[in-house]
Unconditional design. Structure first.
Length: 79
């Protein structure tokens, strides 16, 4: 459970960062978070392993400030 966080000004020292990065999990819940001012995607889902994730009521803005390859939410799978 990732809930009720205020995340901002990320990516000062590392550019491949997200407010939330999901990999090889099942049934993750990410809700009621505020995420802004980062170099790439705010929420990044990698590997669709397991499924059953819940992503709700998150405010994500002013992301992808240093790249142009995706948006505030990014997802991919390795199937």
């Amino acid at each position: 459970l990732v809930e009720g966080n205020f995340i901002h000004e990320i990516g000062v020292f590392q550019k491949q960062v997200s407010c939330y990065f999901q990999a090889q999990t099942q049934g993750s819940t990410v809700r009621n978070n505020i995420c802004f001012n980062g170099p790439r995607a705010g929420i990044n889902f990698n590997d669709g392993m397991g499924g059953g994730h819940l992503l709700e009521r998150n405010l994500v803005f002013n992301m992808v400030r240093e790249t142009t390859d995706h948006g505030p939410f990014n997802s991919w799978d390795r199937q």
